[in-house]
Structures are given as structure tokens and as C-alpha cells.
Design a protein around this ligand. Structure first.
Ligand code: GDP
Length: 193
């Protein structure tokens, strides 16, 4: 089955977004790190499944080894199913993503989100970055431009609307994400003709 994969750190709002996308209820606000296996659900109106991959990165109560294991599983899953994955949605928290990226940037360190973005691109999976919790962000354009910069995309972000999708999942404001995903799906259908 054609597949859209959702990846992201824990607590960025992946379950909330899944609920919006699928109409199913998910365990939100539950204990971090609970979703560990890939889950498949049908995307409401479109003809593909959506896979919720486990949250990665820091989770309170989950030790380092376990976190690494989760990340390794995600990487293996994506490598194995790259052929099927039409689009990957990398969910980030718009409020904290720049701070987190900058905190983890250094000579020997690549932040998870940036690493995942490039990893997906290396697998030739089109990536849409769903920048969630935009209701908490005041300097919207500036924040999104900074994110482009950190991901190696030349700002302004408005040039990247197929890649950068500001959303507020909690309020059901996810149209930019739907648009971006649709664009990629249609592009690929055209390529297949
Ligand atoms: P997950 O761990 O990535 O699955 O994250 P959840 O979906 O459980 O959400 C984590 C927290 O972020 C919850 O308290 C949600 O209510 C909150 N949240 C999710 N989406 C939004 C949003 O668009 N705006 C705001 N302000 N909070 C959100």
C-alpha cells in the first residue's frame, strides 16, 4: 500500500495530528514513549495509509539505550519501506524547534530533527515538515525562516510551501500540511504516467 509516514520527537503533537488526519482517537498526553511500533491507519479521504512511527528523542522515564533502540527501529523501518513511502511528514514543535536544534548543534553533534530531514531526503523520500503549535508562535515568518536556515533551505520559507507546513493540530488547522502532501502525491502520479 502507498504510505505516508509520520515521524517526530515525542510531545510535538503527533497523536493530536493523527487524530485530525484519521478521525480516530489516539493516546494523547499519555506516558511518553508509549507508541513504539509503527501503526497504520487510513487517511480519511485519500487512498493511502498513514504510518505513525514512534516518537524519538528525549523522553522522561525512558533511558538512553531504549531511546537509541527506538531511533534505530525507525531508521530500519524507513530504509526497508522507502519504496512504499510516498511522503514523510516530519512533525516539529514550532515553539521549541529552533532552541532544540541550536542546543544540539556542534562539531560532533547533529540534532535529531535535522538528521532525520536529511536521512529521509537521502532515501529520496519527499519530506514535509509539519511545524506544529503555531498558535504559540508570535514571530511566525521569522521562526519559519530560521527553520529553513537550520534545514539548509534558502529562506524565505514561503518559497518552500511544499516542504514547510505551519499548522495548529490542536485546533484542526492543518490545511497547509494537506496541501503540501497533496502536491507531492500528485507530482509522483504525474511522474508515473
Ligand atoms: P505526541 O507525543 O507527539 O503524540 O504529542 P501529543 O499529540 O500527545 O501532544 C503533546 C502535547 O502538545 C499535548 O498536551 C497536546 O495537547 C499539545 N498540542 C498538540 N498540538 C498542539 C497545537 O497545535 N498547539 C498547542 N498549543 N498544543 C498542542
Amino acid at each position: 500500500d502507498a504510505e505516508v509516514a509520520l515521524v517526530g520527537r515525542s510531545n510535538v503533537g503527533k497523536s493530536t495530528l493523527m487524530r485530525e488526519l484519521t478521525g480516530h482517537d489516539f493516546d494523547t498526553g499519555g506516558s511518553p514513549g508509549v507508541t513504539r511500533e509503527p501503526n497504520h491507519y487510513d487517511w480519511a479521504s485519500e487512498d493511502f495509509v498513514i504510518t505513525d512511527l514512534p516518537g524519538f528523542g528525549f523522553m522522561s522515564g525512558v533511558d538512553e539505550d531504549h531511546r537509541e533502540q527506538i531511533k534505530t527501529n525507525i531508521v530500519h523501518y524507513l530504509e526497508e519501506y522507502a519504496e512504499n513511502v510516498l511522503v514523510a511528514v516530519l512533525v516539529v514543535d514550532g515553539k521549541s524547534v529552533i532552541d532544540i536544534i541550536d542546543r544540539h548543534s556542534g562539531p560532533d553533534e547533529i540534532p535529531y530533527d535535522v538528521e532525520m530531514f536529511h536521512f529521509l531526503r537521502d532515501l529520496e523520500i519527499p519530506v514535509v515538515v509539519a511545524v506544529n503549535k503555531m498558535d504559540k508562535v508570535d514571530d511566525r515568518d521569522e521562526r519559519l525562516n530560521e527553520l529553513c536556515d537550520r534545514l539548509g533551505l534558502y529562506p524565505p520559507w514561503k518559497q518552500w510551501q511544499e516542504t514547510i507546513a505551519p499548522i495548529t493540530a490542536k485546533q484542526g488547522q492543518i490545511e497547509p500540511l494537506n496541501e503540501a502532501v497533496r502536491e507531492h502525491l500528485h507530482e509522483q502520479q504525474r511522474d508515473d504516467l
